[in-house]
Design a protein around this ligand. Structure first.
Ligand code: PMP
Length: 361
């Protein structure tokens, strides 16, 4: 820390992103990226903007907003495009949180939520998940705070149906409820239609996972025009040109090429279910994930031990240093071929494990 660093941030513990190794020898199953490239139309659209990069991008994202509004059956005033969904989440914490308006979220969830709260000096409460990692809706009643919930949750993959989300939103009418739908396209039903009915609901989405655009950085929020206007005040006070030209063109083309992405998501869902079956057969406990990852533990091998053993075999999965989930790992769904390699390597690792061998006999 330099002697110039503000006291406001000196105790801040930043978010730790998953490993992004430079060499490509790894099978990367650690940061929930899509194993499939963006469609050709999307690549072309992004490239066609490269020759205009001397010009600022449209701060209102009009083309993309219009396309997204039509796609989701909304008005453009109900949307705000951002630099990844991390940015819309930060805008929301900034816009709606303060000493008098704290935040609440599950104790095992996306690790960025406590960082956004701390960065913006917002008090927060972490609410434990149930024994089987579920969200108990009753825990979120009359909390007197804003709420953010990842749905499906990360890293568990567990999912709340729209009527459960509605119960949450309805039971906290005087606070903002944020539903982070980063993984909703992998088998869940979106709560998006509820924004027409509730002025305290913000749904956040990303192009990073189901639209294969993690490297482009594009996310968005969907809410009542009033909530969107508040977050626009934050945006225009921090970074008006928050979405670059190439990304804007890529996002628009991606929505116009929905068939390609639906097919990619369906493949990922099939591969997830197949991998889940195979892991269960090997003795893993695997949650009922509705995301593009699995959350799995084995009682013959610690989570960190398995993560390190796979890393030696050039396969990266995500381990979290949290006591309650120390036996678990989050495994992103890759191609069928990548998952076959993963399963073979896991089998080899377990074969050399005396607890596993004893259990089998
Ligand atoms: N929400 C959740 C639950 C996530 O796991 C992630 C990905 N790390 C994000 C939001 C942010 O993703 P992005 O900024 O790439 O849209």
């Amino acid at each position: 820390m330099s002697r110039f660093f503000s006291n406001r941030f000196s105790a801040l513990k930043p978010y730790t992103p998953g490993e992004q190794p430079k060499d490509t020898v790894y099978i990367k199953l650690n940061t929930n990226e899509s194993p499939f490239p963006p469609s050709e139309a999307v690549q072309k659209a992004a490239a066609s903007e490269a020759g205009r990069l001397q010009l600022y991008s449209d701060p209102e994202c009009r083309d993309l907003n219009r396309t997204a509004a039509d796609f989701f059956g909304l008005e453009p005033e109900q949307l705000l495009m951002t630099n990844g969904s991390d940015e819309i989440l930060n805008f929301a914490f900034m816009a709606f949180g303060d000493e008098a308006h704290p935040f609440a979220f599950p104790s095992i969830s996306y690790g960025f939520y406590p960082v956004f709260a701390a960065l913006n000096r917002i008090p927060y409460k972490e609410i434990p998940l149930t024994e089987d990692f579920k969200i108990d809706l009753e825990d979120y009643k009359n909390l007197n705070s804003n709420i953010v919930i990842a749905n499906p949750n990360a890293p568990t993959g567990l999912y709340l149906a729209p009527d459960e989300v509605e119960y949450l939103v309805k039971s906290n009418p005087d606070h903002v409820v944020i539903i982070d739908e980063a993984y909703i396209d992998f088998g869940g039903e979106s709560a998006l239609p509820l924004v027409q009915k509730y002025d305290n609901l913000l749904v956040t989405r990303t192009f990073s996972k189901s639209y294969s655009l993690a490297g482009a950085r594009l996310g968005f929020g969907i809410a009542s025009p009033a909530l969107i206007a508040d977050m626009n005040t934050i945006k225009y006070s921090t970074n008006p040109y928050n979405v670059n030209r190439m990304t804007m063109a890529a996002g628009k083309a991606a929505l116009e090429d929905a068939g390609y992405y639906r097919a990619c998501c369906d493949k990922i869902i099939n591969t997830r279910e197949r991998t889940k079956k195979a892991l269960t057969a090997l003795g893993f406990t695997v949650t009922d994930s509705k995301a593009n990852f699995l959350f799995a533990a084995h009682d013959a091998i610690g989570g960190k031990e398995l993560y390190l053993a796979l890393k030696e075999k050039r396969i990266l999965i995500r381990h979290f240093d949290l006591k309650r989930i120390e036996n678990y790992n989050r495994i992103t769904i890759g191609t069928d071929e990548q998952m076959d390699t993963l399963l073979t390597e896991i089998q080899n690792i377990l074969k050399g494990n005396k607890y596993y061998e004893n259990r089998k006999n």
